[in-house]
Design a protein. Sequence first.
Length: 313
Amino acid sequence: MPLELGLVHQLFGAAGDREAGGGPLYEVVTCAVVPGPLRTNADFTVDVAYGPEALAEADTVIVPATHEEDAPETTGRLDAPLARALGMIRRPGTRIASVCTGAFVLAAAGWLDGMRATTHWKSAESFRRLFPRVDLDPDVLYTDEGEVLTSAGEAAGIDLCLHMIRRDHGAAVAGDVARTTVVPPHREGGQAQFVPRPVAEPSVRSSTGAARAWALSRLDRPLSLREMAEQEAMSVRTFTRRFREEAGMTPGQWLARQRVERARELLEETDMPVDSVAARCGFGTGASLRQHMQAALGVSPRAYRTAFRGRGD
């Protein structure tokens, strides 16, 4: 499927080193069980230069989607050539990720057993039946279990790649990639997939986007649920329900995450003291910011800044 394959090259290929004049941060190669021309679901082929030996040198392996009839989506098993190819992945710490139904390959290889994962919502029922040991969450855009990551359908693969770039090199680099490729810089993995829902009553507006945009421009001050609901001319109850459907979390959870994300950007890109960062993000005090960052990321603001800037507060 050319889109899923191409987005990996486009996004990781666009990541440049700011300190080294924009030099590439990743080398991206495509490999197949047998190199050469591969059929796609479009009216052209993809000529793959590398065989599975490339997997032995990879720091990150990303498995895109397929519509082949003998794929794990149907059988729940890997055919012998693919299984042997995946056996080439043997470097300790290699990161494994999937886009869309590529999660079936990861599950069939046993890499998702006991882990949280996602795939395209249309394939969720089949996935659950074939891989009961996997904790499938079909409602999110992507999952991150450390060295194993999965994403939902095509556009969610973009979100996952940006998330991985951000995790590797920080918000500034991921933001540059997003701007270069003209995509939103960051969507939380917990945001809901666009799964078809029953049509709402005509009197009920279906979007909470204006309230989110309004809140993002005011993260430095206290924001109430009622104020957010007023931006959409909804009752608090209706707004809360709509927000959960669209964002996959409560308004309060979303606000806390956005404040942490803003704090990450300020810690990475400025020398602002931690207490000032906390005030700019709506946490009030450095102690509150430390508590939220520890809960969300498992690190303190000082440790986070040190990791990305080589210095603490």
